[in-house]
Unconditional design. Structure first.
Length: 466
């Protein structure tokens, strides 16, 4: 009965609309058509976001003049202590063992509002280079390059814990689901080498950082622009070499058939971004079989170069592998390389900061310094932006007696090369290193700076979705 009444009403409505009424209502849409044309002409209307596998990685023109052609982001996973590395605070040792003075706001840490006493640093700080930048004795090799480094001593983030904070340092948000900075760069600029991925991720051990592979994912953008993780030696890229009995012609024939089948499958689906990414990955993998073995073969480097990075020493070998491979990749046109030092939050020194940071600094100091020196002597530092930093810093208060808790309120990162002025210091924390008080530099400002140096306008770099 109810269906019958609804059918009668529909038939009544249809008969009640005259041809004149229909034309009058239909004509009201012509203005919207004209408006859409005007908006599209001014670039204000979202264009269809169809990723073509043939051009997904093709080099694209920048929005503004680029200072850097490539970037290497050295991610210090777990949160390095700025007040034990770069941010010299003599007042901290003077007040060691006492509670945070009443004039300081009590910071909220993962354990709540900390009432723990201040912890002195056992490090010795010295000024280095012509610029006189302060660096602790934990990083003597990096200290030799301070005149090429711009220190940002007033960084700020929003997360208290590792998963959200690592996510924000990569994507700009503590919540997962947004593209990471490497994906934005690759999406905006493409890559100069069509035979290698545009965005490569290198870990110094087998443990992934908190959040895993979503830290190099594309979020809502096409999966084509996600990071490609290279593994450790002896096989950084799995299954790179095809079976000897399979010829290039046979493999090409198989790949063409697979592409044809995937295309037919994709036609019936509106947004097949994952499938497009898989097709592009197959094509790239085929090309990599001819070109990637040379790019990742560190044995081609001279003994002097391997020694410069510390590849010939056990404590530094893992990080040296990452840094040397990063140089070889950007040298061959890879756009963005991200290295994780202490992957798996190894820098998270809630206790025994002396043993924790001491060992990790020994493992990373020479490789990072070797990277800076090698880039510079090859004429690559001016066009390669190097970024160093973790998801947050550490508190001046103690944690578990001889460690430090998370501190997103003020910490240090640095940049070198890529058009960055060296031998300078930007911003400052308070006299104990607890909070940024001068020229606060949020994670989003960091990302905007990276994009701008690489020739991308953060206001114009966009992807319409949903």
């Amino acid at each position: 009965m109810w269906v019958g009444k609804m059918f009668d009403r529909a038939m009544h409505f249809r008969s009640a609309v005259s041809r004149r009424d229909f034309l009058a209502h239909a004509g009201g849409g012509f203005g919207a058509i004209a408006l859409a044309n005007l908006l599209a002409g001014q670039g204000l209307l979202a264009a269809p976001q169809k990723v073509q596998t043939a051009s997904a990685f093709a080099p694209r023109s920048s929005h503004v003049p680029a200072r850097a052609r490539a970037a290497i982001f050295i991610f210090i996973d777990g949160g390095p202590s700025h007040i034990d590395l770069y941010d010299y605070k003599p007042r901290l040792n003077e007040l060691a063992g006492q509670p945070l003075p009443p004039s300081f706001e009590r910071p909220i840490t993962p354990m709540g509002v900390s009432e723990n006493p201040l912890l002195a640093t056992k490090r010795k700080f010295q000024q280095h280079g012509e610029s006189g930048m302060w660096v602790s004795d934990w990083l003597p090799e990096i200290a030799r390059h301070v005149d090429d480094i711009a220190f940002i001593r007033s960084c700020k983030a929003d997360g208290l814990n590792h998963v959200g904070s690592v996510c924000q340092m990569n994507t700009g948000s503590i919540l997962a689901g947004r593209p990471c900075i490497g994906s934005w760069v690759t999406y905006g600029l493409g890559t100069e080498n069509q035979d290698l991925p545009g965005f490569v991720v290198l870990l110094d051990n087998d443990r992934e950082p908190p959040g895993g592979s979503r830290n190099w994912s594309t979020g809502f953008m096409p999966a084509t622009f996600q990071g490609t993780r290279f593994r450790g030696l002896p096989e950084p890229i799995l299954h790179l070499r095809p079976p000897k009995e399979l010829s290039d012609e046979q493999q090409r024939s198989k790949l063409d058939l697979l592409k044809k089948m995937n295309r037919e499958h994709a036609r019936a689906r509106a947004e097949p971004s994952e499938l497009e990414a898989r097709i592009a990955a197959y094509e790239l993998a085929f090309r990599m079989q001819a070109h990637a073995p040379e790019a990742i073969d560190l044995a081609q480097e001279t003994a002097e170069t391997q020694s410069l990075y510390g590849l010939d020493q056990k404590p530094t070998a893992d990080m040296a592998r990452c840094c040397l491979m990063a140089r070889r990749l950007v040298e061959r046109g890879v756009r963005f390389v991200q290295i994780y030092s202490g992957s798996g939050s190894k820098w998270d020194a809630h206790s025994n900061i002396e043993g924790n940071h001491g060992g990790l600094c020994k493992a990373s100091d020479q490789p990072v310094a070797g990277l800076l020196e090698d880039l510079k002597r090859r004429g690559l530092l001016d066009e390669t932006l190097v970024i160093w930093g973790g998801e947050f810093g550490r508190t001046p208060m103690s944690e578990k007696g001889d460690g430090r808790d998370h501190n997103p309120y003020g910490f240090t990162m640095w940049m070198a090369g890529g058009g960055v002025q060296g031998g300078v210091s930007v911003g400052a924390t308070d006299e104990l290193g607890a909070e940024a008080v001068e020229d606060r530099f949020h994670v989003k400002n960091l990302h905007a700076t990276i994009l701008t140096l690489m020739g991308l306008d953060p206001e114009r770099l966009s992807y319409f979705y949903g």
